[in-house]
Design a protein around this ligand. Structure first.
Ligand code: CA
Length: 718
């Protein structure tokens, strides 16, 4: 018998469908995977059950307009499923969830498509990035996510490829190389797609590259335009790209000396945000290369467009306007941190604004219509500047912070008052939720600097930041390293509430219409906070640091919250103050929660670290001193300042090779472990220099052994 609908029941069905939040009627969606087009992306806010683009919608507010999970029931959240990853390297991706399928990336630029309700694998894709490329990654072999369009998933791979995958199968549709792979470029950022164009930037400004953003045709992979953020070597003539005219007119005169030798920097490694109201693209531009303005540009000039937000025409790449937060950048003050677009009331009037809290510690509110700065306020203590001159938009600098004549302890610093970790904006509370941190760094000009192609090139002496071999002193430094979740009112530029974390490098943030804020922590918590007052409503032990941005979505009318767990990135790898050196860091996971979820993680099975292995050889003080400079300037960025590893990359103080001169040389000079990503340093260092590095790590290993013997290991801090 054929089902017949009466007029009344049909009306009832239509009414029910109308009442259901869009995106929850998932059964009605087309069967084609990742069926995302211009109309769906422009109207993404009307599909709160999906998370179709990096920041949730083009405005990138990371606000889930879902209320099933809310501040009255968040305590009932439980794990539904988890998916184990194959590495303990950092996980930074924001998953996309489209019509019940989750697409996420992992360390080493791998992609996985999972059933968003069950965690069942649909497909996996590994671009097989050659492990050597890890050396070019300043801040771990991370990836922050994919973009979707027209049944395809787009990935920026660490080695500079932009790859289009069939969303149904994970098969490659096209792949293009977006960088000169002979140079130390990397891609860690998520592509964005607007009206059939894929936008992708790159990183590498610590090693020496010139930054740009490119647009490719989503269907074919054909390059459409490229915008260089800084001038190239004038001797090479114009680039024949859309940036030529503005670089000549505005940027050329702001650079001095042979700035092109180390590339100059200005990489667009994170924020690329589309303003659908203005049909504009905002790109966040990174730091200078090398960091040191004295060396990069003879200490002169603003060096446009370093450390700026630049507005472009997405159709052509043409320059529209810019705002530079740190003229003459000299501290690795990138301004590529996440950008949020919103309309907020300021002094009673609705204003279309762009909000950004870059590394330099200022929270900027910029008028999107004019590009004019509305307000800027320090959200953490700043020693490099006293506010911003609103007449010029320039910071009131503290001259000594430029370390021209003497070293200067500066806060915030290269680790940033806020790094890549996503912030969120709730239109319900009109607050921005910001993962902030306080990490000073001592800057000193490297008088012996010369550009070494492909190596670490910052022209700053890193060694003076190595943790002291003294327990009390280390503890004292630790106590000034802070991390906090700030609820910030952008209209008044005031803090409303804060959660103080135990140290820096805490997770990205998502806000929801259920009056909740979700954030992970470096210490392995994943928590829900009351959006109004910061009260902790729920807490989950993720067994490893959670840094990535959470998402929320619905499948079959059920609301889920998902986040990537996995510790890594610049702070834990490089500072020597990351946590947990006595255990090998566990592998990452995808974690998914719902109300009443009952799944459990298996017990943590991470292995203890091997003991310290100091060499018996006798080294000269000169060897040790030379080794200290070489290690801290080149090796510490991955293996930890002071050789204090967080257990993510090998702790060299415990390495079997450390007590074996020939073995050490075979690895560091001979490239024995190249297949695992430990490249040969023979092109930069002699065998004697490599032996000096062993001498220095040996001293650090001796100190570790003495601390372990004293039973200090379990207390951390070494
Ligand atoms: Ca940088």
């Amino acid at each position: 018998m054929r089902a017949k609908y009466t007029g009344a029941s049909l009306l009832a069905l239509v009414t029910v469908a109308w009442l259901l939040p869009a995106g929850q009627g998932d059964a009605a969606r087309p069967a084609r995977a990742a069926s995302v087009d211009a109309s769906r992306l422009m109207n993404a806010a009307s599909e709160p059950g999906n998370w179709m683009t990096h920041g949730g919608t083009y405005a990138e507010q990371r606000f889930a307009n879902l209320t099933q999970i809310n501040s009255s029931n968040a305590g009932k959240l439980g794990l539904v499923w988890s998916y184990d990853l194959d590495t303990n390297r950092g996980q930074e991706a924001t998953p996309l969830v489209i019509d019940g399928v989750m697409y996420t990336t992992t360390a080493w630029s791998k992609v996985v498509a999972l059933d968003a309700a069950t965690g069942k694998v649909k497909w996996r894709y590994d671009p097989e990035v050659v492990k050597d490329r890890g050396h070019a990654a300043c801040c771990d072999v991370v990836n922050r996510g994919v973009a979707a369009w027209g049944g395809m998933i787009f990935l920026g791979a660490l080695d500079g490829r932009l790859i289009a995958l069939d969303a149904a199968t994970g098969k490659v549709k096209w792949s293009v190389v977006t960088v000169d792979q002979k140079q130390p470029y990397t891609i860690t950022g998520a592509p964005r797609v607007v009206k059939g164009k894929v936008f992708i930037g790159n990183g590498g400004a610590e090693l020496g590259v010139r930054g740009y953003v490119s647009a490719y045709d989503a269907m074919t992979g054909k390059k459409l335009w490229r915008f260089y953020t800084i001038p190239g070597n004038p001797a090479n003539g114009p680039d024949h790209e859309v940036s030529d005219s503005v670089l000549k007119a505005k940027a050329g005169d702001t650079w001095f000396g042979k700035y092109w030798e180390a590339g100059g920097g200005g990489t667009v490694w994170d924020a690329i945000v589309y303003d659908q109201e203005m049909d504009r693209l905002y790109i966040g531009v990174g730091n200078g290369s090398p960091w040191n303005h004295q060396i990069r540009s003879q200490g002169k000039g603003d060096n446009l467009f370093l450390s700026s937000v630049v507005a472009l025409d997405p159709n052509t790449g043409k320059y529209l306007w810019h705002y530079q937060g740190t003229p003459g950048e000299s501290w690795d003050f990138t301004q590529t941190q996440p950008i949020i677009l919103a309309t907020i009331k300021i002094d009673g009037k609705p204003r279309k604004v762009l909000m950004q809290a870059p590394k330099n510690g200022f929270f900027y509110v910029i008028d999107r219509e004019t590009g004019k700065l509305i307000s800027a306020k320090g959200f953490v203590p700043q020693s490099w500047a006293n506010g911003v001159d609103m007449a010029t938009g320039r910071p009131n600098e503290v001259p000594e912070a430029r370390y021209r004549k003497a070293a200067a302890l500066v806060t915030p610093s290269a680790l940033g008052a806020h790094n890549w970790h996503p912030m969120a904006f709730s239109p319900k509370t009109s607050l921005v939720y910001l993962p902030a941190q306080e990490v000073p760094f001592a800057y000193q000009t490297d008088a012996s600097y010369s550009h070494k192609p492909g190596a670490w090139n910052i022209a700053v002496v890193a060694a003076i930041n190595a943790p002291p071999n003294d327990r009390a002193a280390t503890k004292a430094v630790r106590s000034i390293l802070k991390g906090e979740l700030l609820a910030w009112d952008p209209a008044t530029q005031k803090e409303v509430w804060r959660v103080n974390h135990d140290g820096p490098w805490n997770g990205g943030v998502m806000a929801t219409a259920g009056n909740l804020v979700f954030q992970g922590s470096a210490r392995g918590h994943f928590s829900a906070y009351d959006a109004a007052n910061g009260k902790t409503l729920w807490d989950f032990d993720a067994q490893t640091g959670v840094m990535a941005g959470p998402v929320s979505y619905t499948v079959g009318g059920v609301q889920y919250v998902a986040v990537m767990a996995g510790y890594g990135g610049a702070y834990p790898l490089s500072t020597g103050y990351g946590d947990g050196p006595e255990r090998v860091a566990p592998n990452g996971r995808v974690l998914v929660f719902k109300l009443g979820g009952t799944a459990k993680l298996p017990p943590r099975d991470d292995a203890p670290m091997p003991p310290a292995n100091p060499p018996k050889d006798v080294f000269t003080p000169q060897q040790i001193a030379q080794g200290s400079l070489l290690f801290e300037g080149n090796c510490g960025v991955c293996h930890g300042a002071g050789a204090r590893s967080t257990g993510i990359l090998p702790d060299l103080r415990r390495s079997a090779m450390l007590s074996d001169k020939e073995g050490w040389s075979a690895v560091v000079h001979g490239g024995l472990l190249q297949p695992q990503g430990m490249i040969s340093f023979a092109k930069w260092f002699s065998k004697d220099e490599i032996e000096a590095i062993r001498a220095y790590v040996g001293v650090q290993a001796k100190y570790l052994a003495s601390e372990d013997a004293a039973g200090a290991g379990k207390a951390g801090g070494h």
